[in-house]
Design a binder for this molecule. Structure first.
Ligand SMILES: Nc1ncnc2c1ncn2[C@@H]1O[C@H](COP(=O)(O)OP(=O)(O)OP(=O)(O)O)[C@@H](O)[C@H]1O
Ligand SMILES: [Mg+2]
Length: 287
């Protein structure tokens, strides 16, 4: 079989092959990697979540997955193509909504279409159609009536909903979310879980969600990966076999909390050696 045909036949949407990243040459020479030996395969339309302690390399992984950083070693293929620079197939949203304060909600959502081709060159001509699409999306996430308000007239949760719309407006095949709900109160967060669940169920884009919230990861994802710190590696892969559609009531069941506790124990296990070392150091210091 010719090599190209074989490569095109890969079933993975995201394919990390032994990927390592050091942030600069000096760190590389010292073998100081922010993430290492990442082997990750994601199916088309799969929803994955990544959890792990602060500083373990989750955001670094996201930079690799969207082509903002190139690996020091290893290969990354996304949507069948080797990653050589920033990707167009992805949309991103972060912990802080980062909407432009001088633009209305709908104009913020339209922003990617003004920047990303092929939309950019058609923007003037198709503005009406694009605006219609943005307004529809805003309505879907419960922001009907707020389209023409400015970000500072919206609550934090509303701003975050608008930034998810902005990440989805160009209908990307992949949505990258780096702690998108971290700054929100528990009720708003759960509301947004359901909004994200519904958008994903309807459109089946790939999702990579980075979160500190284990319940969030289990409620939303098909597969949860646990990362460890120093070295920043993927150490546990947990398929979440809870049936869909998932409703919030599920989060109060034993089967749900059992999975959350199982994941918690993995993270706890990685943290223990550090905690034990600190305890020993303290004991020695005070002896
Ligand atoms: N631009 C950079 N230059 C050098 N080192 C960096 C840079 N960005 C991150 N790092 C280092 O890479 C490691 C992983 O950082 P990263 O931001 O990926 O962690 P994280 O898991 O996203 O943490 P958090 O949960 O706090 O957001 C850390 O040791 C960090 O100090
Ligand atoms: Mg981070």
């Amino acid at each position: 079989m010719p090599k190209n045909t074989q490569e095109a036949a890969t079933p993975w949407f995201v394919d990390f092959q032994d990927v390592w990243l050091a942030y600069n040459d000096e760190l590389l020479q010292q073998n100081n990697f922010a993430v290492e030996a990442i082997e990750l395969k994601i199916r088309p339309g799969e929803f994955i979540a990544i959890v792990g302690p602060s500083g373990c390399g989750k955001s670094t992984f996201m930079k690799l997955a969207t082509g903002l950083k190139m690996p020091s070693m290893g290969k990354i293929r996304i949507d069948g193509q080797p990653v050589t620079g920033p990707l167009k197939v992805s949309g991103m949203a972060f912990q802080a909504p980062s909407l432009l304060p001088w633009r209305t909600t709908v104009d913020n959502v339209l922003l990617p279409l003004e920047i990303v081709e092929p939309y950019r060159s058609q923007f003037k001509h198709k503005r009406k159609e694009y605006e219609e699409r943005a307004r529809k999306l805003l309505q879907k996430v419960g922001l009907g009536g707020y389209e023409d308000k400015f970000p500072w007239q919206l609550s934090g949760g509303m701003q975050q909903r608008a930034s998810i719309c902005r990440a989805l407006i160009h209908e990307p095949k992949m949505l990258l979310l780096d702690e998108p709900f971290g700054a929100l109160d528990a009720f708003t967060r759960e509301e947004l879980w359901c909004i994200l669940r519904d958008l994903w169920t309807e459109q089946r884009f790939n999702v990579i969600l980075v979160t500190h919230d284990l319940r969030e990861s289990v409620f939303l994802a098909d597969t949860v990966y646990v990362m460890s710190k120093s070295p920043g590696r993927f150490v546990v892969k947990r398929e979440i076999d809870l049936p869909r559609p998932r409703e919030l009531e599920l989060t109060y069941t034993k089967e749900f909390t059992d999975i959350v506790l199982e994941l918690r124990s993995h993270i706890g296990a990685f943290r223990k050696p550090a905690a034990a070392a600190t305890a020993t150091a303290t004991a020695t210091a005070t002896a």
